[in-house]
Each structure stands twice: as structure tokens, then as C-alpha cells.
Design a protein around this ligand. Structure first.
Ligand SMILES: [Zn+2]
Length: 106
């Protein structure tokens, strides 16, 4: 989580830095936005992932993992027989409360 926040911060800093004649200037409104982004990045509870696809580099192979409305899929053999695996469990630990809860079956 901390690493994610740091990377987000670095991306913002790179994107909004303006260089003129070797000196760096920043729009004052943008400074406020960056400060707010820093605060937001410390509050992961504001974010809910709805769906995504990742490539997970396991010890022996790469696995494509998908996540959609609380449902995981992974290419690995263990997931096919158990519906869960070390890769999806690792993703749950990484993303924690930012994952959308599975939708209730009606
Ligand atoms: Zn897996």
C-alpha cells in the first residue's frame, strides 16, 4: 500500500512539473491539487476497484488474473480446482479494502 502511494505521488510530481529555462515552476492551483492527491493517496478507503486484469509473476510462471465485481479468476491449476489460489490471495492482501465486496446473490 505504501509503495502504491509512493508511486502515485511520483507520477503526479513528474506529470505536473513545468520546466522553463532550466528552472521549475508550478501553477499555484496545481500545488493545491498535488497536496490533495497526497492526502487522498494516504486514504485507500476512498478507492474501490470494480474490475481489472493483472499479470502476476509467480515463482515459476506468469499468470493472468482478472477481477470483476468481487469475482476472481486465475489461470493456474490450483485456482481451477479450488476457486482461490496464492495469486488471488496475494492480490487481496495487496489491495485490501480497495476491493469491491462480492455482489449479493438475489
Ligand atoms: Zn493462481
Amino acid at each position: 500500500m505504501l509503495l502504491f502511494a509512493i508511486r502515485l505521488r511520483q507520477a503526479y510530481q513528474r506529470r505536473f512539473r513545468i520546466t522553463l529555462g532550466g528552472n521549475e515552476y508550478m501553477d499555484s492551483g496545481m500545488i493545491g491539487k498535488i497536496q490533495k492527491a497526497r492526502q487522498y493517496a494516504e486514504e485507500p478507503e476512498r478507492v474501490t476497484f470494480e474490475s481489472f486484469v493483472v499479470t502476476f509473476r509467480g515463482n515459476h510462471d506468469l499468470y493472468h488474473i482478472t477481477y470483476d465485481a468481487g469475482q476472481w479468476t486465475c489461470q493456474c491449476n490450483f485456482f481451477q480446482s479450488h476457486g482461490v489460489c496464492s495469486h488471488t490471495m496475494a492480490m487481496e492482501r495487496l489491495l485490501g479494502e480497495m476491493l469491491k465486496a462480492p455482489e449479493a446473490q438475489s
